[in-house]
Design a protein around this ligand. Structure first.
Ligand SMILES: C[S@@+](CC[C@H](N)C(=O)[O-])C[C@H]1O[C@@H](n2cnc3c(N)ncnc32)[C@H](O)[C@@H]1O
Length: 276
């Protein structure tokens, strides 16, 4: 959900204090705007502490970095409508560490949101290409300037063979709906000896549908791992959605459909091109 302009102006006012678990606005403004802001912050999981010494919105978790992401993007996930979850900073560090990202590596972030992961990748000296289907967030990514390229496009519609070679790393937290489709498609952009690390709905660890079972088998075969994350991993976003971390190392010649696999598929040789 987008913040209304007047509420965004209050929350981004330099006098507004966003620290630890609290948001405190130490100046007077219109009651109507306060009511709108109150509704939004409560949707995000806050309660209003009306005690005179406090007079602040208080969250059950630290809010600083999460609010920075939300205010930069101009939007927020509510407790009810939670399609967009920026990855919390401690988890970003964990996944980028696990991926092993070093200066000069090429890295793909296929569903980059407003750049929680891309900013850390760039900080470590990686050359980052990002996809984001939402035009607004793609603009935020461009403004942040962390990426070599930003595509405002549906990642699932991209052809891996548009790239002459795969990426060293793929690091992602895709939309939870269709998350496995995103991960499998992203493998097509990874070098055969690259690494993919993704956050994913915990259900992937036990779903019994054919695609999930097959994927778990392939991950095991290449020496990868799927590990349950603590329940409060996304608490900073006001949700306790259960998640896991998927680690897939490249394994030349293995079952994964990496960039190399796509390159090895027989190409159509124009056999049916009668117009020629
Ligand atoms: C769970 S959020 C995570 C954002 C970011 N990866 C992060 O870790 O903070 C998923 C993002 O994927 C984007 N998205 C959803 N479907 C997409 C698609 N088909 N192609 C590219 N981006 C997509 C959403 O707009 C959203 O910003």
């Amino acid at each position: 959900m987008r913040f209304p302009t007047d509420v965004l102006a209050i929350l981004t006012d330099p006098r507004t204090v966003i620290r630890d678990h609290r948001i405190h606005v130490p100046f007077q403004f219109e009651l109507e705007v306060w009511r709108r802001m109150n509704t939004i912050l409560k949707d995000m999981g806050a309660t209003w502490d009306s005690r005179k010494a406090y007079r602040a919105h208080v969250f059950p978790h630290r809010i600083e970095e999460f609010m920075r992401q939300c205010l930069a993007a101009g939007e927020y996930p509510t407790r009810y409508e939670q399609g967009w979850f920026p990855t919390p900073p401690s988890l970003v560090t964990q996944i980028v560490d696990l991926a092993g990202v070093y200066p000069g590596m090429t890295v793909l972030e296929p569903s980059a949101g407003s750049g929680a992961i891309t900013s850390e990748l760039a900080r470590r000296g990686a050359l980052v290409d990002a996809y984001e289907v939402d035009e607004w967030r793609a603009d935020v990514l461009r403004e942040q300037g962390d990426c070599r390229k930003v595509f405002a496009a549906d990642f699932l519609a991209q052809d891996p063979l548009e790239y002459t070679e795969g990426f060293d790393r793929v690091v992602m937290n895709p939309p939870f709906e269709k998350g496995l489709d995103h991960i499998k498609h992203a493998l097509g952009f990874m070098k055969k000896d690259g690494t993919l690390v993704s956050v994913m709905t915990a259900g992937l660890m036990w779903w019994s549908d054919k695609a999930s079972v097959q994927f778990r088998k392939e991950v095991e075969e290449v020496g990868g791992e799927i590990e349950l994350l603590p329940d409060d991993s996304f608490a900073a976003c006001g949700t306790n959605v259960r998640t896991c971390l998927v680690y897939v190392p490249g394994y030349p010649g293995g079952p994964l459909r990496t960039h190399d696999w796509h390159q090895r598929q027989p190409q159509q040789l124009g056999l049916f091109d009668f117009a020629a």
